[in-house]
Design a protein around this ligand. Structure first.
Ligand code: SUG
Length: 417
């Protein structure tokens, strides 16, 4: 049976605040702060545990080997002699944001009836541009079953940031749906990270039906206000689109196209007069996970920051009191990830598939989460101060922790050198 499965990135032992993402206001604001990798990973695991308790199917993606020595070698350097900015780029734990791992088109949408995945090239930001090889290795293992087709990255310079700029709407997860690719053209002072060419190429590789595929431009105002991915201002689930009024550059034609392709669509829009773009971005209201509960109805899994922002929480209270499809609010604490601009939805990659077709090492239950928590508790550094990233003892701790996790999950083969 096809189910929606959320694959969360386990937050790696090198999680730190290096301020590497221009246009990501939280990451820039927290640059130079002291991170708490152990607390960060435990927060992510607690979110997965809460989602399991809601009756959802939960998967994992693994942290990458950091520092990325192979990448530094291609730059003719090594960790000890690299300048500080390259050290930070090689050490980044940014693979935790699994929404940027790949774009996924479930089997009911594709001409060959397979679930297609394209690994994201993430070429815009240097620290993320070297994620794809290790992500691809994981995707090829987790989705080795013939029910899936895993594609390599779209070539540079066409930036692709994966599912964070892609929404699927369908009457039900297992029914054919409409896929919306959101690209950027301008972002005021900030880069538009998703190139339209990357989106159209992915739709082609995934063998989507042109009549059920929409390309929509993200609004310049949203990118300029700090929404570096569409999933900071919009999220979809089944037939519901939950979005900020200023999310799309050409809102009315986009809504019309969506209604024509999926007459059952329900657009829940938050007016700028109620929640400003600034409040939406600071609170990550739209970076919630919008999920269908097994007993029916939908829930929003929101970061604590949404509860702490009065305009946002007030609007949400009215939303769940009304007659709409979203009836329940769940609040999770992912503050360590949020401080780098990654909310609950950034931390997960959604795949609609039969869980029986997935390598079980990438699925979790309570017991496996407890085993991962034990490894994190024993090995993840408690803190990383910005001036510590050159410390060989810290690097040895990070590498030991990563190996211990892969050993515990029987995935040590993913360590390539
Ligand atoms: O790409 N932050 C990530 C956050 C990604 C959030 N993902 C989604 N919206 N789906 C980014 O900007 C900051 C790392 C640092 O500065 O150390 C960072 O990469």
């Amino acid at each position: 049976m096809l189910r929606e499965i959320n694959f969360d990135g386990i937050i790696g032992p090198s999680h730190n605040y290096a301020g590497l993402s221009h246009g990501n206001l939280a990451a820039t604001r927290n640059a130079g702060g002291t991170s708490a990798p152990r607390a960060a990973a435990l927060q992510g695991l607690a979110k997965m545990r809460a989602n399991l308790a809601l009756g959802l199917v939960q998967g994992i993606l693994l942290p990458h080997r950091r520092p990325d020595h192979g990448w530094l070698a291609t730059l003719a350097t090594d960790y000890a002699s690299a300048p500080a900015h390259l050290q930070a780029q090689a050490l980044s734990a940014s693979a935790m944001w699994a929404a940027n791992a790949a774009t996924v088109s479930p089997a009911p949408d594709t001409a060959d009836g397979r679930c297609h995945l394209t690994v994201a090239n993430l070429v815009t930001m240097p620290h993320r541009s070297h994620e794809w090889p290790q992500t691809l290795a994981q995707l090829r293992l987790a989705f080795a079953d013939p029910a899936f087709m895993v594609h390599g990255p779209i070539p540079a310079p066409f930036g692709d940031e994966g599912a964070a700029n892609h929404m699927r709407l369908a009457p039900a997860h297992d029914a054919p749906g409409v896929e919306v690719f959101v690209y950027g053209e301008r972002g005021g002072p900030f880069p538009a990270r998703q190139h339209r060419q990357a989106s159209t190429s992915i739709a082609g590789h995934h063998r989507l039906s042109p009549g059920a595929t929409i390309f929509a431009q993200q609004s310049e105002a949203a990118i300029a206000a700090g929404a570096f991915h569409n999933d900071v201002v919009a999220v979809a689930n089944e037939a519901v689109l939950f979005a900020h009024e200023q999310a799309f550059e050409h809102r009315d034609p986009f809504h019309a196209e969506l209604r024509a392709a999926l007459p059952a669509v329900e657009i829940v829009e938050v007016p700028a007069a109620r929640v400003s773009l600034a409040d939406a971005i600071a609170s990550y209201l739209f970076n919630a996970q919008l999920v269908t509960l097994p007993g029916g109805g939908m829930a929003l899994i929101l970061p604590t920051e949404a509860r702490d922002t009065p305009a946002v929480w007030g609007w949400l209270q009215e939303l769940v009191a009304g007659n709409g499809p979203i009836r329940r609010l769940e609040v999770v604490d992912v503050r360590e990830s949020m401080a780098n601009g990654g909310g609950p939805a950034c931390l997960r990659l959604r795949v609609v598939a039969d869980p029986a077709t997935i390598d079980p090492r990438f699925l979790v239950d309570e017991a496996k989460l407890a085993a991962i928590e034990a490894v994190v508790g024993e090995h993840w550094p408690e803190h990383i101060a910005p001036d510590a990233i050159g410390d060989p003892a810290l690097i040895a701790t990070i590498e030991r922790g990563h190996r211990a996790l892969l050993e515990a999950l029987d995935l040590v083969g993913l360590i390539d050198n």
